[in-house]
Design a protein around this ligand. Structure first.
Ligand code: ZN
Length: 380
């Protein structure tokens, strides 16, 4: 053990920087010289100052609770915030003179956290090949959380996609929530609303609500993280619903190609429903083999579909094209749709699409959902 400690103080830049505190330093990090070679996995929380300030205050006042449930729109930064908080709570020398508080980024715990190898951080995610959070994952989480912390005063567990717990996995979790180990902090990453969770879970967690991000924050993020075509930005912000995750998806070319093709098929008369349904489903399936990826993709495509119909309704009712319509080809196709169908018909399709969007999370088969949207286009 001694030799590994020496190695760390010799080779680790982080250890050198905190040399003044070496006598009080925690146990050495086995293999931490390797950690220096691993690409840093720093993260940045966009927005949510209110949440970060709240947690800074309860941390300062030693009032951290045992179980928090994060609720808010998908892709808005709930998981990122949980990760950032876990670093702060594991850090040996957090900067308490900044608000919100920041981890030091220098200590061995920060280094371990950065490579997601901190022994007191447990992250539980749903296996890729299941639609629901299996009971085994919950039991595994509970047994890990029950162990004493290895390096820090506390163990932190993040349960991602907690809204995908079924009744039996939620019930298996109740005992941990009712009698949490004294040293534990649990963060459940939930869905967008309370209705997606059992009352027994809701009543045992402190609920932290995440608001959609404002457009300026999303715009800044997109600009800092890649090239965005200027004529797309307004539409992306509008469709993102305050979610960075969704804005990033919408910035990618495949979604714009999908939008173009969907608009083309909608403007074709009669609408080739079979072709449209098949194309739509293939696009959603191309998002990946994992069910949740396809479902998220389905959400985005339905938003795109609703938006196209909405543009046609606005044109039919107001007689004016929206500012956010990208180009003249798009404008002429939207005009064709607005002239061919009554506003009532377009609104009915929008209503049906909204219901389909809601059903995606109720685990309805995606093929059925998309098929029924395409069928109703043919029926008109
Ligand atoms: Zn630190």
């Amino acid at each position: 053990m001694k030799s590994s400690e020496k190695k760390i103080s010799d080779k680790s830049g982080a250890a050198k920087k905190s040399a003044g505190t070496k006598s009080t330093a925690k146990k050495a990090v086995p293999g931490s010289s390797l950690l220096q070679k691993v690409k840093h996995e720093d993260i940045r929380v966009i927005g949510h100052d209110d949440v970060l300030r709240f947690f800074s205050q309860v941390y300062r006042d030693h009032h951290l609770g045992h179980a928090y449930l994060f609720l808010g729109p998908r892709g808005v930064g709930k998981y990122t915030t949980a990760l950032a908080l876990s670093q702060l709570w594991l850090c040996q020398n957090p900067k308490l003179d900044e608000m919100p508080f920041q981890p030091c980024q220098q200590c061995a715990d920060c280094a371990l956290w950065r490579v997601r190898a901190h022994p007191d951080l447990i992250i539980m995610q749903k296996p890729e090949d299941t639609l629901e959070m299996p009971i085994e994952s919950i039991r595994n989480l509970a047994s890990q959380l029950a162990l004493k912390p290895i390096r820090c005063p506390r163990r932190i567990a993040i349960l991602d996609q907690a809204d995908l717990m079924n009744e039996s996995s939620a019930n298996a979790f109740l005992k941990t929530l009712e009698e949490p180990p004294a040293h534990s902090i649990l963060i459940l990453i939930g869905g967008s609303s309370r209705e997606q969770h059992l009352a027994t879970i809701l009543s045992r967690c402190q609920i932290i609500s995440f608001s959609p991000l404002n457009k300026a924050d999303i715009k800044n993020y997109l600009r800092q993280n890649g090239e965005i075509q200027i004529d797309r930005i307004e539409k992306i912000l509008e469709l993102s619903g305050g979610s960075i995750g969704r804005a990033v998806q919408l910035s990618s070319d495949p979604f714009w190609k999908f939008r173009e093709e969907l608009l083309h098929l909608l403007a074709t008369y009669p609408v080739p429903g079979l072709q449209l349904g098949k194309y739509w489903l293939q696009f959603v399936q191309s998002a990946g083999s994992e069910g949740s990826k396809q479902r998220e993709c389905a959400h985005v495509t339905i938003q795109i579909y609703i938006d196209l119909l909405r543009s046609a309704v606005l044109l039919a009712v107001n007689g004016a094209q929206e500012k956010a319509v990208a180009n003249s080809v798009e404008a002429s196709k939207i005009k064709e749709i607005s002239m061919r169908y009554t506003p009532d018909q377009l609104l009915e399709w929008m209503d049906q699409a909204l219901r389909a969007d809601f059903q995606i999370d109720a685990m309805v088969t995606l093929a059925l959902l998309i098929e029924s949207l395409a069928d109703s286009l043919m029926a008109s």
